[in-house]
Write a protein that binds this ligand. Structure first.
Ligand code: ADP
Length: 209
């Protein structure tokens, strides 16, 4: 269950899952408990979108259609944020990476800083429940991409472009799957168990010179 032979000087976690799986809610709880920094690319891109800059306008075109923002835009934003931040307790990356290309580029970025991803927490929720949750919150969310048609597209995009990341991180031995259908606190308890197991059993790579 735990990644083997990963030396993490920072606790870098990825919270992974489809739209509506509760990534944002769980991320907030994780950062509070483990003193980490929350980095949600969805929030980051929505902030950009609110600004009427050329970049903001470009980002809006994708978000409003339920499509992924191009990798180069997202990667540039991530690079700017994590640059020089390699002495912090760690990050919870929420909604990132979302494509194989992002994951590979992200691994290269983190390798340079010797701050790899420690654990990828995959929150699993049935598709029907996801749709109901997203539709249920759509009136209050104020999000331009929370309409029936766009929610369906986001779920499709997730299956096509993001789901393949499970195999990617499985092959690195980093993924832990959590059933996300239970109440929030129960899901959080299972996530904490996975993180604590990692923290107690992680192995340190032998230094080779
Ligand atoms: P959800 O998981 O409910 O779709 P997010 O806030 O994570 O919500 O993402 C909202 C939108 O922001 C996505 O549909 C996409 O357009 C954009 N986005 C967020 N993260 C990424 C990313 N890593 N790569 C590309 N686009 C992203």
């Amino acid at each position: 269950m735990c990644p083997q032979n990963i030396f993490c000087k920072m606790l870098n976690l990825v919270i992974f899952g489809p739209p509506g799986s509760g990534k944002g809610t769980q991320s907030t709880k994780i950062v509070d408990k483990y003193n980490l920094t929350h980095l949600s690319t969805g929030n980051l891109l929505r902030e950009k979108m609110e600004s009427e800059t050329p970049l903001g306008k470009e980002v809006r075109q994708y978000i409003d259609k339920g499509l992924l923002v191009p990798d180069d835009i997202v990667l540039k934003e991530i690079q700017q944020i994590i640059n020089g931040q390699d002495d912090m307790p760690g990050f919870v990356f929420d909604g990132f990476p979302r494509t194989i290309n992002q994951a590979e580029a992200f691994d290269r970025m983190l390798d340079k800083n010797s701050t790899p991803i420690c654990l990828v927490i995959s929150v699993e929720v049935d598709e029907e429940e996801l749709f109901n949750r997203l539709m249920g919150r759509s009136e209050d969310s104020g999000r331009s991409d929370d309409s029936d048609e766009i929610i369906r597209r986001r779920l499709e995009v997730y299956k096509k472009q993001t789901l393949p990341l499970i195999s990617y991180y499985k092959s690195q031995g980093k993924i832990v799957a959590i059933k996300g259908m239970d109440p929030v606190d129960k899901v959080f308890g299972k996530i904490c168990h996975a993180i604590d197991t990692f923290l107690h059993s992680r192995k340190v790579l032998p230094v080779v010179d």
